[in-house]
Design a protein around this ligand. Sequence first.
Ligand code: SF4
Length: 454
Amino acid sequence: MAKKYFINTYGCQMNVHESEKLAGILADKGYEECEGEEEADIIVFNTCCIRDTAERRALGNIGVTKARKKENPDLIIAVVGCMPQQEGAAENIKERFPYVDIVLGTRNISMLADEIDKVVASRNAEKKRSDKKYRCFSRTLPEDYLDIDEHTPALRTSFPNAWVNIIYGCNNFCSYCIVPYVRGRELSRNINSVLDEVKRCVNAGYKEITLLGQNVNSYGNDLDSDVNFARLLHEIDKIDGKFRVRFMTSHPKDLTEAVMDEMAASNKICRNLHLPIQAGSDKVLADMNRRYDTARYLGLIDGLRSRMPDIGITTDIMVGFPTETEKDFEDTLEIVRKVRYSNAFTFIYSPRKGTPAAEMEQIPYAVKQARISRLIALQNSITKEISDTYTGGLYEVLCEDIAPKYGQKVCGRTDSGRLVTFDGTKEDIGRFFNVRITQSKSASLFGTKEGEIE
Ligand code: SF4
């Protein structure tokens, strides 16, 4: 009987796609996915350390596996991803959870298959010697990482959406962020490799390609050629077939006029952009080391809307950065009123050890919480007002999944990124429909199909 794997994924879309690669490696080794940890022969924790809550959740769940290991000593437990990549973290995991068998950083997940073999071999040897050991592998970054990555299979799990990495790492060192320390400097993939992967996905029937990177706008800066993100979009746009393109995440300091022009000229690149503002105060943006100010940001919003009046713009906003005063926070509310985002991912700042902001004097939690409640209330009212403008309109929607919460319904998104629930069955997944919007509710829209778009 085939051995079974279960992957717990925490954090961003990059991690979701890396879990597809972990699944590909395990499938190549003959493992099959199972429904829950209790059936698994190997449990993988693909961790995130960007937010304190994600880290604490992963640590709590790794702790729970101690009992499973007691019941099943042959179980293999692997902790991979961003968390072990932090200074001293692999050693902490080793000390706190001695029953964890494998620890790998973000840049050596491709070694999972070899590490499983080593664990099995060392266990066989241990049985003979009855000498208990575990393996812990961590933080080396192979120089040929991109080559290895190109050959790491991915078991895609999110049809009709396919995630394609275009750049790894980040050079920006925002003062609150741990990413550059755990994911290293920027490494862009070769343009032909990216184009080949996009073509393979399109030929395999995927209808929406999302290009991924911590900062997609700096794609190509580290390559010895004139390749940049605008050029990549241009080349992808020329690929035959009916499919959509999205990308994340964009950095306001690096978003160019050329990229906006490509978006406006294309009928494949969605009229949808996630452009993190983080704060509406120039002083706080400088303290965050974001390297743009609100004037630059608002100029980009004008540039996008003058080219694409129907574009859906979303953002990330951090509340409670150490130097944020009440006045700075009000500036954030003001920029939210000015830009009128379709939606915003709002979160409370939490110190990340090893970053400059963690050393600053912190704001009391109650103050942060009161501020974020005000921000959420404001954004919710704007989201609802924008949703209402969709009612009665006809929009192209890619059916992406069933929506069991609503009975015989399916869901998908408009070009602008709005979630729409409508009548349909699982056979509709991966097909484009004209959907008439009949009702709006907060960020969600509801509608009825008026024919398929071939
Ligand atoms: S751009 Fe800033 S926030 Fe984004 S990953 Fe890089 S350092 Fe972190």
